[in-house]
Design a protein around this ligand. Structure first.
Ligand SMILES: Nc1ncnc2c1ncn2[C@@H]1O[C@H](COP(=O)(O)OP(=O)(O)OP(=O)(O)O)[C@@H](O)[C@H]1O
Ligand SMILES: [Zn+2]
Length: 830
């Protein structure tokens, strides 16, 4: 039998399966998806089996055998191996990079050197006795590194023994984080014998008597450490009992359960509202059909999407299938976990990056070992190794955190659709503010015949219980300044906060600040500097005092006075949460503020603790960045304030308006979700901007209509798709030449395909290659950076063209190699 193996070397030259002979001892166990150790050059590396066959691509006599099979149960399944292949093609990365993204860190094994005694007789003569004893008899292997650190004085003897063949060496893959095992004490099978022995133990063995007595009383298995702590005894006493056969001492695997000490109150399905019932019926029908189908659940904040998810999952489980729920990392709050654990109890595994890698591994194994049927987690949970997926839910589908920033730069939404296709599963994309891409696709008229590939639109336009959406007041901060208020709080927000404090209600304050770039704005008239060619804010570069466009490279001198009103109050922006906190303390002495931003949430569980405190009403104000905008459901929050809505409006990003609208809508949705009515105050310098006007009215449809006009005029998604290729090298002239050659080569390929056409010229297949131009961050880590932006439309495989255009650059001496980084469907073109 021959195994085709993808070896973990992420380079373009080795990005294909290699053939290995499967030793007969492994034949019964090996499967597609198995993790193996293989000899590769002079090393042993980890790899995954992608196929088992009887035909080798090379001469059978030249085949090397697999060195080892690493797990009793393959960590990956055939569908995931195939999905990884698809990922590598779509996102232009190596197959192994895609595979590595699917397994927990704990399984990213590294080779280590082991030594063992070859010949007992020879060893007695050649090795120092304590060394020989520690290694043990022949057939046993120990870590060379450990051996040398334990007996540094025998390093020479070890070397000689290896040379003379007294010690044998071998390489083995070792997991970064093994399964945790704990020494555990058991009462032996023959309990009566132990009882008899207890009576006969001499008085001087008082400790042993106590330990044995305790165990016979206790009955069950007990970790050794706990037994020692409970009886005040020591390990030797327990060991000597074990040696006499009166107790059993064995290593037992222990699962790390991050939620072990938490009890979740069991919840029952709620009777659905009419709106929920209709949507639920559609989803259930899709699950029942067992055919891939994508649906967009467009439900306003507080419309009860979560209850629809829960009941849909239940339907899925009743059909013997499994469900994956993706939520944005930062909204994976205890509240969210509670809702799912509360409904499905132990059937749920939770995967997110705040778990230790051991906990993560154990949660992941619950999925692989079929102990759970529901996985809830951030982006990478889309790779949960379930075998029969019936439903995939992506909550807050518009969130940019579903796109991975490192290679493989995948979007979980697109991976979900692909995976659903493999399993015949339903995909539910849920949001109060769907991304323009998804919404446009769902609103497109479906072709009457064949099953539509576009998502079906399921609207839920009303809040549960007919609660009203909170009224939003927009405050023009230019007017505040004119009236002499230089504070960051408008008079209205100040007054509203004071009222909440008086009534003992709570407020959420959002400081909308994404990224680090600053932008220029006039505090008198609200003017911001934008690019004449791109309709996008210019970024202020402090060093050169220049304003630049990150899309087309346009640059101009930073003005000293406002070009629009000649005021000198022109500033580049950036306010910190810390400053807001100080200001609050000054204005409202004694106010209790919880600040939630990157600084206060680095510690493990910090995020959860802060939210719990707020939920327990131990603070008056929750102040933070985007983190405070999502998924929170606190009954005493009656005021939401947005300090400066413009900060995200002016970022050099074609999605700036969309992100701002989404953020305002999400955060506004935190107010008045229960019996107390809510109110929202939005401070801005651009009250007439359509993102703010429509957010004020909770009017998603009008926002989309306006935003689509802009996107169409500028040639941005959803009217086309983007691929960003960034190239970098230490030497500018070389980088310049290579990037020109790359873009010319790509244009040639597109020309050959007949797709090199201006996008504005019709509706068919078309592709434009813009650049190369210097990247917005023109030098990073001492490397110069150039980029090409590829815009394309229609069903053309642009990734394939990019991969082909990259081929000529795959080899060459390392110092001359230009690094290419490909980002398909980039979130930000920075
Ligand atoms: N059928 C129902 N009957 C009674 N209460 C319900 C029902 N469905 C949901 N609720 C309650 O309504 C509130 C809002 O629901 P939920 O949090 O699911 O909204 P959502 O649509 O997810 O909102 P957001 O997008 O703002 O997170 C919750 O407190 C929930 O318990
Ligand atoms: Zn520009």
């Amino acid at each position: 039998m021959i195994a085709k193996v993808i070896v973990d070397v992420p380079s373009r030259q080795t990005d294909r399966p290699f053939d290995y002979e499967v030793p007969s001892s492994m034949e019964e166990w090996i499967e597609v998806g198995s993790r193996v150790g293989v000899p590769f050059g002079s090393r042993v590396l980890q790899g995954f089996v992608t196929r088992l066959t009887d035909e080798a691509d090379i001469d059978r006599r030249r085949l090397k055998p697999l060195s080892e099979l690493l797990d009793p149960v393959p960590p990956l399944l055939p569908d995931l191996i195939e999905l990884a292949k698809w990922l590598s093609e779509k996102y232009c990365c190596s197959w192994t990079t895609a595979l590595q993204a699917m397994i927990p860190t704990a399984l990213k094994g590294k080779a280590e050197r082991l030594v063992g005694i070859q010949d007992d007789q020879a060893a007695v003569l050649a090795l120092p006795p304590e060394l020989a004893e520690w290694i043990g008899t022949s057939g046993k292997f120990v870590k060379l590194e450990t051996l040398l650190s334990k007996y540094p004085e025998h390093a020479r003897a070890v070397k000689a023994a290896l040379r003379d063949g007294v010690l044998a060496e071998r390489t083995s893959i070792r997991d970064r984080l093994a399964i945790r095992k704990v020494l555990t004490v058991f009462v032996p099978e023959d309990e009566s014998a132990a009882r008899e022995a207890l009576a006969k133990l001499p008085a001087r063995a008082a400790k042993q008597r106590e330990v044995l007595g305790f165990m016979l009383e206790h009955g069950g298995p007990l970790p050794l450490q706990e037994l020692i702590a409970a009886t005040g005894s020591s390990a030797p006493s327990v060991r000597s009992l074990a040696e006499k056969g009166l107790l059993d001492l064995r290593e037992v695997e222990q699962r790390r359960d991050p939620y072990a000490d938490r009890a979740f109150e069991r919840t029952e399905p709620l009777p659905l509202t009419e709106g929920q019932r209709e949507v639920y019926a559609r989803i259930a029908r899709a699950i029942g059909a067992g055919e891939p189908q994508t649906m967009l659940l467009h439900g306003v904040t507080g419309s009860g999407k979560t209850e629809v998810y829960l009941q849909s999952i239940q339907y899925c489980l009743e059909r013997g299938k499994q469900a994956i729920v993706l939520v944005p990392e930062i909204s994976l709050t205890p509240q969210m976990v509670e809702r799912f654990k509360g409904r499905f109890g132990d059937a749920v595994a939770v995967l997110h990056s705040r778990l230790s890698s051991g906990e993560r591994y154990d949660e992941w194994r619950k999925i692989r070992d079929r102990q759970v049927q529901v996985a809830i987690g951030a982006r990478s949970a889309i790779f949960a190794p379930f075998e029969r997926i019936g439903l995939i839910i992506i909550d807050e589908e518009h969130e940019s955190s579903y796109k991975q920033e490192e290679s493989p730069k995948y979007h979980a939404r697109d991976v979900a659709v692909r995976r659903a296709k493999q399993h015949g599963a339903a995909v539910v994309l849920g949001s109060a503010t769907p991304s323009l891409e998804t919404y446009a696709a769902a609103s497109r008229p479906a072709p009457a015949s064949e099953q539509s590939r576009e998502p079906a639109l399921l609207p839920m336009p009303d809040r549960v219980g007919g609660r009203p959406m909170p009224p939003v007041t927009v405050v023009d901060m230019r007017e505040e300044l004119k009236d002499g208020n230089r504070s960051m709080f408008s008079r209205l927000l100040h007054r509203s906060l004071a009222e909440r404090l008086e009534r003992g209600e709570q407020s959420v304050l959002l400081l909308n600040r994404r990224g680090y770039s600053t932008f220029v704005m006039c505090r008198s008239c609200g003017y911001t500097a934008t690019c004449p060619h791109c309709d996008i804010s210019l970024t202020y570069h402090q060093k050169s005092r220049a304003l630049r466009c990150h899309y087309c490279g346009h640059a101009e001198q930073a003005p000293a006075a406002c070009p629009s009103c000649q005021s000198e109050h022109i500033r580049y922006f950036g306010t910190g949460t810390q400053r807001v906190e100080e200001e609050l303390a000054k204005l409202f002495p004694g106010i209790r503020v919880i600040r939630m931003d990157v600084d206060t949430t680095t510690e493990k569980n910090a995020h959860e603790k802060l939210l719990k405190q707020f939920g327990d009403r131990k603070a008056d104000v929750l102040l933070g960045t985007q983190m405070v905008a999502k998924g929170l459901d606190f009954p005493y929050v009656t005021l939401v304030g947005v300090i400066a809505a413009d900060t995200s409006l002016n970022l050099p990003d074609f999605r700036a308006a969309e992100r701002t609208f989404q953020l305002l809508t999400q955060v506004a949705g935190r107010a008045g979700r229960h019996h107390l009515p809510g109110e929202v105050v939005v401070q801005t310098y651009a009250p007439e901007h359509y993102a703010i006007v429509t957010a004020k009215k909770h009017d998603y449809a009008s926002f989309v209509a306006e935003e689509l006009r802009h996107r169409g005029a500028m040639g941005y998604p959803p009217y086309c798709r983007l691929i960003l290729v960034t190239m970098s090298h230490e030497q500018l002239p070389l980088l310049s030449t290579v990037s020109e050659r790359f873009s010319a080569g790509l244009r040639e390929l597109a020309e050959h395909e007949g797709v090199l056409l201006p996008l504005g010229s019709g509706f068919g297949r078309a592709m434009e290659v813009l650049g190369p131009v210097a990247s917005p961050i023109a030098r990073m880590k001492d490397r110069y950076r150039f980029q090409c932006v590829i815009k394309y439309r229609g069903n053309l495989d642009a990734s394939a063209l990019v991969r082909k255009a990259l081929e000529p650059f795959a080899d060459g001496p390392p110092q001359r190699q230009v690094q290419f980084s490909v980002d398909v469907d980039p979130q930000v073109i920075l």
